[in-house]
Design a protein around this ligand. Structure first.
Ligand code: KG4
Ligand code: ZN
Length: 335
C-alpha cells in the first residue's frame, strides 16, 4: 500500500488529492480560479501562478486531514505541459515538501493524468484502446497499448477543441470558461437552422482543424446577432460530428472497439451521447468531476508510476511543451 499526494497547477485550477494504491481516493480539494480570470475573459498566466502560491498549502492541509494522514509516501506533481509559471509553482512546492518529508517525487504528464483518470472508476478497458483527449490546450487521438505506450493517431493543426469552445463563447458574448456556457446556450438552440463546416472530414487522416470553424462562427454571429442559441447549437453539432467521425475512423485504423474520452471537453453531454451511439463501440468515460483538471488524476497517475519515483530530488521538472508520445512505460514494466 502506497499513499500519493497529487498536485496539479498547470493552468487555472489548484488541484490536490491523496490517492492510496489499495483504498483509492482518500482526500480531494480543488480551487478554481474562474472568478479571478473571468473579468479578463481568459486565463492570465501571472495571476494564475500567484494564486497557486496562495492556495497550495491550505489545500494540502485539507486533503491530509480528509485522508487522516500527516504525510504521504510519495508526492506526484504535474510537470507539464501547461503554463510554465503555474507549473513551476506546483513543481517547486512539491519538491520542497518532498525534501521536508524525505519522500520521493513523481513528475506527471498532465495529459497522461487525464488519460488514465477513467481507470480510477474501475471500469477500465483492456489494452489496447483508443483515447480521445480533448481539453483547452489539446485535441489528441491516441492508441494506448499500455501505460506509457502511446501512439499518436491524430491531433489538431491549430486550435484545440476546448479553445474553440472558449473562443465561440467569447464571440457569442458568454462568460469564461466557454465550454459549459456554449453547451448550456445550445440547449435552447434550433439544430436545423444553421449548418457550420465539419473541418477536415472530407480529407483522409485523423488530424483536426478548428480555426476555420471559429471564423465561420464569427461571420455568422455578425450576420445574425440575435441567433446566439442557434449558433451555439450549430457549433456544438459541427464539433461533435467531427470528433465522432474521426473517433470511428481511429477505432477502425487501430482495430479497437474500446474508446475512452478524457479532458475537460469530455464533460460535454452531446459529445458523450454521440460517441456512445457509434455502432460497435464501447465508450469509457470518467465521472464529470474527473474530466476537468483536478488533483486526483495526478495522484492516481503518480501511483501508477510509483516505480519512476525520484528519491531526494535535487531539481524540479517543469515543461511548457511535452509531447505525450515521448513518454515511456513505467520503470520495470513488462513490455
Ligand atoms: O482539461 P481542462 O479542464 O483544462 C485543460 O487542461 O485545458 O479543459 C478545459 C476545457 C475548456 O476549454 C472548457 O471550455 C472545456 O474544457 N469544457 C467544455 C465543457 N466543460 C469544460 N467544453 C464543452 N462542453 C463542456 N461541458
Ligand atoms: Zn487538463
Amino acid at each position: 500500500m502506497t499513499t500519493v499526494l497529487g498536485i496539479e497547477t498547470s493552468c487555472d485550477e489548484t488541484g490536490v488529492a491523496v490517492y492510496d494504491t489499495r483504498r483509492g481516493l482518500l482526500g480531494e480539494a480543488l480551487y478554481s480560479q474562474i472568478r479571478l480570470h473571468a473579468e479578463h475573459g481568459g486565463v492570465v498566466p501571472e495571476l494564475a501562478s500567484r494564486d497557486h502560491v496562495r492556495r497550495l498549502s491550505g489545500l494540502v492541509d485539507e486533503v491530509l486531514a480528509q485522508a487522516e494522514l500527516l504525510r504521504t509516501d510519495v508526492i506526484a506533481y504535474t510537470a507539464g505541459p501547461g503554463l510554465i509559471g503555474a507549473l513551476m509553482v506546483g513543481a517547486s512546492f512539491a519538491t520542497g515538501l518532498a525534501t521536508a518529508w524525505d519522500v520521493p517525487v513523481v513528475p506527471v504528464h498532465h495529459m497522461e493524468g487525464h488519460l488514465l483518470a477513467p481507470l480510477m472508476s474501475g471500469e477500465a478497458p483492456a489494452f489496447p484502446f483508443v483515447a480521445l483527449l480533448v481539453s483547452g490546450g489539446h485535441t489528441l487521438l491516441v492508441r494506448v497499448d499500455g501505460i506509457g505506450r502511446y501512439t499518436l493517431l491524430g491531433q489538431t493543426r491549430d486550435d484545440a477543441v476546448g479553445e474553440a469552445f472558449d473562443k465561440t463563447a467569447k464571440l457569442l458574448g458568454l462568460d469564461y470558461p466557454g465550454g459549459p456556457a456554449v453547451a448550456r446556450l445550445a440547449e435552447s438552440g434550433d439544430p436545423g437552422r444553421f449548418r457550420l463546416p465539419r473541418p477536415m472530414l472530407d480529407k483522409p487522416g485523423l488530424d483536426f482543424s478548428f480555426s476555420g470553424l471559429k471564423t465561420a462562427v464569427y461571420l455568422l454571429a455578425q450576420d445574425e446577432p440575435d441567433a446566439g442559441p442557434d449558433i451555439a447549437r450549430a457549433f456544438e453539432e459541427a464539433v461533435v460530428e467531427t470528433l465522432a467521425t474521426k473517433c470511428a475512423r481511429a477505432l477502425d485504423a487501430a482495430g479497437c472497439q474500446d474508446l475512452l474520452i478524457a479532458g475537460g471537453v469530455a464533460a460535454n453531454r452531446r459529445l458523450r451521447a454521440a460517441l456512445s451511439a457509434l455502432p460497435g463501440v464501447r465508450l469509457h468515460t470518467p465521472p464529470l468531476n474527473l474530466c476537468t483538471d483536478n488533483g486526483a488524476m495526478i495522484a492516481h497517475a503518480g501511483a501508477l508510476r510509483v516505480s519512476d519515483a525520484i528519491a531526494r530530488p535535487t531539481a524540479m521538472s517543469a515543461r511548457a511543451r511535452w509531447p505525450l508520445d515521448t513518454l515511456a512505460p513505467p520503470a520495470g514494466a513488462s513490455t
